[in-house]
Design a protein around this ligand. Structure first.
Ligand SMILES: [Zn+2]
Length: 127
């Protein structure tokens, strides 16, 4: 008999569980970025259309950080400090929205190719 492991859960949470995210589908691709912010948080990012990821505990349990050209709100848990996602300041449905896959089961990331993105300088992929 062949054994098919259960697919990784699409539900994730920050370390303390105050912020919970549910993806609409498993990501096909993810990236790690070397910009001044991402290299510090160490996030692995997947992208979805804004409004398609269900997020509980936000904004009630979150804090935000806005920098640079002020297009994004970087969101972290108010209690445990873990970066969960970023969202566009212009909250147009369908706008791009980033989710930190580090908040999900490791198997979700293990199944992906994580591409290296040069957000620090060229805004191109390094691989
Ligand atoms: Zn937390």
């Amino acid at each position: 008999m062949s054994y098919t492991p259960a697919p990784p859960s699409l539900e994730g949470a920050c370390h303390c569980g105050a912020v919970r995210l549910t993806l609409p589908a498993a990501p096909d691709e993810a990236l790690s970025c070397n910009c001044s912010l991402c290299r510090r948080s160490g996030g692995i990012w997947a992208f979805y259309a804004f409004g398609t990821v269900a997020i509980q505990g936000h904004p009630g349990n979150t804090e935000e950080y806005i920098w640079g050209d002020r297009t994004l709100r970087n969101v972290r848990c108010r209690t445990c400090g873990i970066v969960t996602h970023w969202e566009p300041l212009d909250r147009t449905p369908g706008a791009r929205h980033g989710v930190n896959l580090r908040n999900f089961e490791p198997a979700l990331v293990d199944a992906l190719v994580v591409r290296r993105f040069d957000g620090a300088e060229t805004w191109t992929f390094l691989d």
